[in-house]
Design a protein around this ligand. Structure first.
Ligand SMILES: NC(=O)c1ccc[n+]([C@@H]2O[C@H](COP(=O)([O-])OP(=O)(O)OC[C@H]3O[C@@H](n4cnc5c(N)ncnc54)[C@H](OP(=O)(O)O)[C@@H]3O)[C@@H](O)[C@H]2O)c1
Length: 260
């Protein structure tokens, strides 16, 4: 059995995979979970093992009832105690008018963005509370703090996730469980998500952003490591990150005279 496990739900080649590699490098057994790409999953597991770390992976659809719950119990029983879990599922479907957002799409966004975290919290907090410690990291997005045109499903799901993090904090911080909500307020070099959304345009998009114009998931993984190792007298419950050239979410129309 491992001493401590880092579990990532949504472990693709971007934030999820890099966070898994960072925690495995720090002595955790990393468990990566993604929906569909067995080859991609095993590639990430292999990279961690080649670097001397411990990792394993599994495919599952986190939106389906019962899957997260079974995963948590199986991990605790067969691999080791879940010290840190990263809920890393997005709900981005691109910009769509309300009429082009079917009810099922909205519901799926909510299942991935919000309800899945609720289910995860139900499953993992009893273990963490019993041990008196644990960390739940939640990757989020600009849509958690700002609605925008075409973002009906995404913003509703991510906004709900943010409020859920706050209420989880209120209940579980005094019991030793650190919940941290990370607003990723910029594009990430993530081939399995943004890369697929943009397709052939991904490389040109990154080039147009310029040097350091896109978030490096390895750099973000360092932030996640730090969050999970803060002393409990100094916990961060929310933070936001963006590339140095991006305009923050609260200021999308800056005065060009001042911003230059
Ligand atoms: N990428 C960006 O530019 C960006 C910007 C702002 C915020 N974010 C946030 O970052 C997080 C994602 O990180 P990332 O973009 O770097 O992606 P990533 O970690 O590279 O991959 C996330 C993985 O989640 C998996 N996933 C999706 N639906 C799933 C489901 N139902 N069950 C299990 N796994 C599922 C996908 O697996 P499969 O590939 O196998 O389907 C995907 O590979 C999200 O919370 C998102 O809101 C990303």
């Amino acid at each position: 059995m491992a001493d401590k496990v880092f579990l990532v739900i949504g472990g693709g080649a971007g934030i999820g995979g890099h966070a898994a590699a960072r925690f495995a490098g720090g002595g955790y057994h990393a468990v990566l979970v993604r929906r569909s790409d067995e080859e991609g999953l095993q590639r990430l597991v292999g990279q961690i093992e080649d670097a001397g770390g411990k990792a394993s992976g599994t495919l599952l659809d986190a939106a389906a009832d019962g899957t997260i719950e079974e995963l948590v119990e199986r991990t605790e029983r067969d691999i080791g105690p879940i010290d840190t879990v990263l809920y890393n599922l997005g709900a981005q479907i691109g910009n769509r008018r309300l009429a082009d957002t079917p009810h099922r799409t909205f519901e799926l966004g909510w299942r991935l963005g919000c309800y899945g975290l609720f289910r995860l919290a139900h499953a993992v907090t009893p273990h963490m509370v019993e041990r008196g410690n644990g960390t739940i990291l939640v990757t989020s997005a600009t849509a958690a703090v700002r609605g925008n045109s075409g973002q009906h499903s995404h913003a509703a799901a991510m906004g709900g996730r943010r409020m859920l993090c706050q209420t989880l904090n209120a209940e579980f911080a005094p019991q030793g469980v650190h919940v941290s909500h990370i607003v990723v307020d910029g594009s990430v070099d993530a081939p399995d998500t943004l890369g697929k959304l943009l397709g052939d345009r991904f490389e040109a998009y990154k080039a147009a952003k310029g040097e350091d114009g896109v978030i490096d998931p390895a750099a973000l993984a360092e932030t996640y490591w730090h969050l999970a190792h803060q002393p409990r007298n100094c916990w961060t419950h929310e933070l936001d990150v963006r590339p140095f050239t991006d305009v923050p979410w609260w200021n999308d129309n800056p005065d060009p005279q001042i911003s230059k």
